[in-house]
Design a protein around this ligand. Structure first.
Ligand code: FAD
Length: 398
């Protein structure tokens, strides 16, 4: 069998297909995609598209005709239900068996469900798919009370969109600041202030115990202190879990995601993983990491494709993330884990934050400062010792 198969029609899967064709793979190529939509990008779903500022045709990875023109058999609306590595076959929900020579698993992640009573009421939203974003956009159109559960990236971007639509917005978060685990307390405060200035109310240190409804429609969010927040729409943004079931059932190693090496190959030499679902060996960081970011899917798809073709290369890009909220635009590079110091260069809403460990930079975030990502990443990669005072001084190059 000569066929290459990709499970998952998201960004990683679509970009892998593009690279396979660009690298002149001319054998049969199939993408198995559970969603009805052709591959699209998710970042606009909580930003421009949710705010009504960008159009549907701007979210797709490729033009509609691209798949046919490149002889990619894109199977929409059908899930893979089993991978049988011994037979090198993928089974589909419609009973079909698709043989493969090389297989890429790029199944992404699914929002973590809110584990309380009432979470299945109408008006309770998750935000992962185009349909989710459309439903939310319609809900915000009524301009009512929106309660957002979770002050991570999805929660904050959604809060900004809801404010823009004229809704009253309360964000409930058990930690003392937004983005507590990603940015730490000090930088989390920057985001809390930004949102407060734009009219968002936070309930930090609070946990949701249940949702109450009326006629099947959510009406209230009840907190652990007994307080009930009025709600016409509730958005749950409490994290996502990678779609690893197929891989696990196939006997592949799964930890925080499907375990793959520096080339994105699993222990089975014919099976690869990329994007949100992959836990890859990072050569620079010296450990395995799983990254749930757009740039990671964008670049790992192609990297896996090259590895599937036997081309050399290791995936060693640093984790990179960006967001836009109100008047704040930012980019984040690296990983703050293990930091022992934070250095701020600049002030107010125009600065670069550096996270240091034992005197070298492990992560950086540029807020409303542009064209510095390459320099920040070079500094992280260099591993060199820095002088915190010099780093904090905007006049001293870094
Ligand atoms: P996905 O995009 O999840 O694609 C996987 C696809 O596989 C899905 O369509 C799924 O239905 C399908 N699938 C799963 N199981 C099967 C199966 N068994 N058979 C067939 N198909 C299957 N990142 C940033 O860096 N910046 C941002 O600003 C940002 N904003 C975001 C906003 C939102 C609302 C969301 C949800 C994510 C955002 N992200 C952002 C994260 C980024 O979108 C993801 O990291 C990226 O989409 C991961 O791509 P992927 O291809 O790995 O997975």
């Amino acid at each position: 069998e000569t066929q290459f198969v990709i499970i998952g029609g998201g960004l990683a899967g679509a970009k892998a297909a593009e690279t396979l064709r660009a690298e002149r793979f001319d054998g049969p190529l199939t993408i198995i995609a559970a969603e009805q939509e052709r591959p699209y990008e998710r970042p606009p779903l909580s930003k421009g598209y949710l705010q009504g500022a960008s159009e549907l045709n701007e979210v797709y990875v490729h033009e509609e005709g691209w798949y046919r023109e490149h002889d990619v058999d894109l199977r929409l609306g059908v899930a893979a239900t089993r991978v049988a590595p011994g037979e090198r076959v993928v089974e589909l929900a419609n009973g079909e068996r698709v043989p493969y020579r090389k297989l890429l698993i790029a199944t992404g992640a699914t929002p973590r469900p809110l584990p309380v009573d009432g979470a299945d009421l109408d008006g309770v939203h998750y935000l992962r798919t185009l349909a989710d974003s459309q439903a939310l956009r319609a809900g915000f159109g009524h301009g009512g009370d929106v309660v957002i559960i979770g002050a991570g990236w999805i929660g904050l971007e959604t809060a900004a969109a809801a404010r823009k639509a004229g809704c009253r917005v309360v964000v409930v978060e058990p930690e003392p600041t937004p983005l507590h685990r990603t940015l730490g307390r000090q930088l989390g405060e920057v985001f809390a202030d930004l949102h407060r200035r734009n009219g968002v109310t936070f309930r930090f240190g609070a946990t949701v115990t249940r949702l109450r409804g009326e006629g099947g429609q959510v009406r209230e969010v009840v907190l652990d202190d007994g307080q009930a927040l009025p709600a016409d729409d509730v958005v749950v943004g409490i994290g996502a879990t990678p779609n690893v079931e197929l891989a696990r059932a196939a006997g592949l190693e799964v930890r925080s995601g499907i375990v793959v090496d520096e080339t994105l190959r699993s222990a089975d030499p014919d099976i690869y993983a990329a994007g949100d679902v992959a836990e890859h060996a990072h050569p620079l960081l010296g450990r395995h990491i799983r990254v749930e970011h757009w740039a990671n899917a964008l670049n790992q798809g192609p990297a896996a494709a090259r590895a599937m073709l036997g081309l050399p290369g290791r995936y060693d890009l640093l984790p990179y993330f960006y967001t836009d909220q109100y008047e704040l635009g930012m980019e984040f590079s690296g990983d703050i884990e293990g930091h022992d110091q934070v250095v701020i260069r600049g002030a107010d809403l125009e600065f670069i934050a550096f996270w240091l460990r034992e005197g070298h930079v492990i992560a950086g975030m540029n807020v409303n400062v542009w064209d510095v990502v390459d320099d920040i990443q070079a500094l992280i990669r260099s591993g060199r010792q820095v002088d915190p005072a010099e780093l904090a001084d905007p006049e001293t190059p870094f």
